[in-house]
Design a binder for this molecule. Structure first.
Ligand code: NAD
Length: 388
């Protein structure tokens, strides 16, 4: 059962980027539609205005709300009584800051792609702008919408693993094992430091791995020691990162982010060990969480309705035995955001379980983590503070 908003209407949703040729735009559209909380009513979908207009028309957006640029969209939406309730920013990394700040300063709620920005100064400025304007701001660490990731978090919070000692988190795939000119890696902006930011491995996927760890264990990375490297000749940016982590609650961790894990398609997983038990979760098998008690049999916890915590049960769409997946995880985040927006519009407190989505501060911590890891690697792996 998916809780209703009680608002008496759908929320109005707009997008910047995410056009016809984009990788991630459809994920936002599908996730926002799944529970019926949003209508996509506006967009500046593409860096190419003609392509963006054609796309907006194709997916049913009214002509007067398809905009050529995000600046036009901001100007057009800001003066409407029925302005968008939420703007998704689905453009390449280097554009997030200026687009997000502009919408925030005009009082729009935002869900922004990761990494939040390409510099710590911009990330901090965005946090300040969000706090000054009091808008709702989410960052799309979509994997934390999986019910069993939320279950893992609830189990750690309830002490089922005991005191958390060790975390290993990784996002390592083989998509960039060879150079684009000679092989199969996509020749995108992702390897261009002007657009990607200072690190490919950490900016493209490493912050997902970090956030998954901090989300589950409820501790923040306080210090990092890193070794970043580019294995493929000719690359300006790293394609592999090993990072040791010290968390503020005493846990120790390792993070591996890589584009050169040959043969691996996606490779996002986490292992957490306390003094009572361990946990393992693999994004390729998201409906199974492995619990490893210190004594007794290992148990596979399924995305089922029996015995799960309220944190993972509150957005169950299909019954036991039916697989839930990537889009459902993203929809959980979109629907949590919807509840918080609706609560504000209705002057009611948000559903406490909706307050599980990643925020602007989580996004900024990811940017600080990248910066600290870069500094560490440049200093031969010295420990560097990762505190925001
Ligand atoms: P992409 O290059 O495939 O698509 C980018 C889209 O933005 C295109 O439609 C492009 O025309 C449009 N665009 C670019 N600049 C624009 C501007 N100034 N105004 C309006 N539209 C503009 O990129 P992508 O792979 O979809 O990645 C976009 C963002 O999503 C990146 O920040 C990336 O890191 C992030 N991403 C996140 C996840 C995740 O799991 N959360 C997965 C993939 C990508």
């Amino acid at each position: 059962m998916i809780p209703q908003l009680g608002l008496g209407r759908r929320l109005r949703f707009g997008m910047v980027g995410g056009g016809a040729t984009s990788l991630i735009g459809d994920s936002h559209r599908v996730a926002s539609r799944m529970d019926g909380h949003y209508d996509l009513v506006a967009g500046a979908f593409d860096i190419d205005p003609a392509r963006g207009r054609a796309f907006g028309t194709e997916i049913g957006v009214a002509a007067d709300r398809i905009y050529d640029t995000y600046q036009d969209m901001l100007a057009g939406e800001a003066k409407r009584d029925d302005r968008c309730d939420l703007i998704a920013i689905c453009t390449p990394n280097s554009t997030h800051f200026e687009i997000a700040r502009a919408f925030v300063e005009h009082g729009f709620n935002v869900v922004c792609e990761k990494p939040l920005t390409t510099s710590v100064a911009d990330a901090v400025a965005l946090v300040d702008a969000v706090q000054a304007r009091g808008v709702i701001f989410a960052v799309m660490y979509g994997y934390t919408g999986f019910p069993l990731v939320r279950e893992a978090r609830a189990m750690v919070a309830a002490g089922e693993l005991g005191e958390i000692r060790v975390v290993h988190t990784e996002f390592a795939h083989g998509g960039y094992t060879v150079a684009s000119a000679t092989g199969d890696a996509p020749p995108t902006w992702r390897l261009d430091p002007k657009i990607q930011g200072p690190s490919f491995a950490l900016g493209d996927i490493g912050t997902h791995a970090l956030f998954l760890a901090t989300y589950i264990i409820g501790q923040q990375a306080s210090e990092v020691a890193a070794d970043l490297h580019s294995f493929v000749p000719g690359r300006t940016l790293d394609d592999n990162a090993h990072v040791m982590l010290r968390f503020d609650g005493g846990a120790k961790g390792t993070l591996w982010a890589s584009g050169v894990a040959a043969g691996v398609i996606h490779g996002h997983r986490i292992r957490v060990f306390g003094d009572k038990a361990g946990l393992e979760w693999h994004q390729s098998h998201p409906n199974e969480l492995l619990l490893l008690p210190r004594t007794g049999r290992p148990t596979v916890i399924e995305r089922d309705t029996r015995g799960l915590s309220p944190a993972s049960l509150h957005r169950q769409r299909v019954g036991a035995g039916h697989a839930g997946g990537y889009f459902e995880a993203w929809a959980n985040i979109y629907s949590d955001i919807a509840d918080v927006i609706a609560a504000r519009l209705m002057n009611r407190p948000p559903e406490p379980l909706a307050l599980q989505f990643p925020t602007v501060v989580d996004g900024a911590r990811g940017v600080k983590f990248i910066d600290a890891a870069m500094a560490s690697s440049q200093r031969g792996g010295a420990w560097v503070s990762a505190e925001l």
